[in-house]
Design a protein around this ligand. Structure first.
Ligand SMILES: Nc1ncnc2c1ncn2[C@@H]1O[C@H](COP(=O)(O)OP(=O)(O)OP(=O)(O)O)[C@@H](O)[C@H]1O
Ligand SMILES: [Mg+2]
Length: 367
């Protein structure tokens, strides 16, 4: 396993700058997920690390060696794509063995490595099958087998699970995670699924428009989003954002006056000093807005009423979308009771869990 370092990495396609200067340190043996909306530069970054795209500016190092000019096959990497790109006319065994054959490894060596990988991936019973006679999940495991066989220093994954159905996806998620724990190989995993990123990675890199918006441990990014964009991108359903200005509540405490004239008290010590009248975005997650009487009331709660627009029953809980302060909010009802659309409910907002962002730049105002 090797560390990977990106320095001022840029990729220009003609007039378009797909990656605009990325600095990132990926520790040896870690599992790093790149997330972000479509077109933000995830695959381009990965492909530059793989050596499938040239670097326009900046440096890539793998294991302390600058690899900008090193051909892909000599970088010690193995890549797994969304389209598995298996050879249909070959068996599972032949698919896995192919790269080693090309590299002129001995028969014994090839056999040892193929059987070892097949065992890890539970493919031993399928070695003689054509890959066309496999399920999607099995094909994906063969694709991973081909990567494992090469005993790379770094695994690169580009949305490897996006062709699978939801159930298989979550099973494969566990499988890839287990594989990583077993092999300890550095892994870089591109996905636009934030749940995949949250559950698998030691570190999440959130990209937006060719730049890194934030990089950090999953919980850290969830609890302390550096920007409004990250707050809304990480976590499901998306964080509610309410626009307002810094003001005083009726009893003189600091708060945020929302467009609908309601003022929500804030814990001013948690944030940078803010002058009254400063425009801000207040962020709050659905689990921190609970209908009164459902779940533990928060210690410091702001109580308000709002009209329900829409509900989504998930069985164990119901998501409630309601109109509040001139915007839409999302609340989570535990141990749900039936809720009518149009009904007015009383909610408790946990004011200790509020996020504040600068309205213009979106930057977090947390201290
Ligand atoms: N070969 C290319 N030529 C020109 N532009 C490209 C090329 N490849 C990618 N781009 C552009 O670079 C930007 C980043 O693309 P990239 O494929 O890295 O996005 P992505 O984050 O992987 O998105 P997705 O989630 O849709 O896969 C996009 O605007 C894309 O149109
Ligand atoms: Mg992509």
């Amino acid at each position: 396993m090797s560390n990977v370092t990106l320095r001022e990495l840029v990729k220009v396609y003609g007039r378009q700058v797909a990656v605009k200067g990325i600095d990132l340190e990926i520790e040896a043996g870690s599992f790093v997920a790149f997330v972000g909306p479509s077109g933000c530069g995830k695959s381009t970054t990965l492909r530059m690390i793989a050596g499938l795209e040239s670097v326009s500016h900046g440096d890539i190092s793998i294991g302390g060696r600058r690899v900008n000019d090193v051909p892909s096959r000599d970088r010690g990497i193995a890549m797994v794509f969304q389209s598995y790109a298996l050879y249909p006319h070959m068996t599972v065994y032949e698919n896995m063995a192919f790269a080693l054959k090309v590299a002129k490894a001995s028969r014994e060596e090839i056999d040892r490595r193929v059987r070892h990988a097949a065992e890890i991936l539970r493919l031993t019973d399928y070695l003689d099958r054509r890959t066309t006679a496999l399920s999607g999940g099995q094909r994906q495991r063969v694709a991973m087998g081909r990567a494992i066989i090469r005993e790379p220093q770094v695994f690169l994954f580009d949305e490897p699970l996006s062709n699978l159905d939801a159930q298989l996806r979550s099973a494969m998620r566990v499988e890839i995670k287990r594989l990583h724990q077993r092999l300890g190989t550095t892994a870089i995993y591109v996905t636009h699924d934030q749940i995949e990123a949250m559950t698998m990675a030691d570190k999440i890199v959130i990209m937006r428009d060719g730049l890194i918006e934030q990089a950090g441990a999953p919980l850290d990014v969830f609890e302390r989003p550096a920007t409004r964009f990250v707050g809304q991108f990480i976590g499901s359903p998306a964080m509610t954002i309410l626009d307002g200005t810094i003001a005083r509540t009726g009893d003189g405490r600091p708060g945020v006056r929302l467009a609908g004239a309601e003022t929500v008290p804030i814990d001013a010590d948690a944030f940078e000093p803010l002058a009254e009248g400063t425009p801000v975005s207040l962020g709050i997650r659905s689990e921190d807005i609970v209908p009164e009487g459902h779940g533990m009331p928060p210690e410091r709660a702001h109580r308000f009423t709002a009209q329900v627009n829409l509900t989504e029953s998930l069985g164990n809980e119901t998501l409630i979308f309601a109109e509040f302060g001139g915007a839409d909010l999302t609340s989570r009802m535990q141990r749900p009771r039936p809720v009518e659309e149009g009904e007015t409910l009383t909610f408790l907002m946990n004011t200790e869990r509020l996020h504040l962002f600068d309205a213009a730049s979106g930057r977090s105002l947390r201290r």
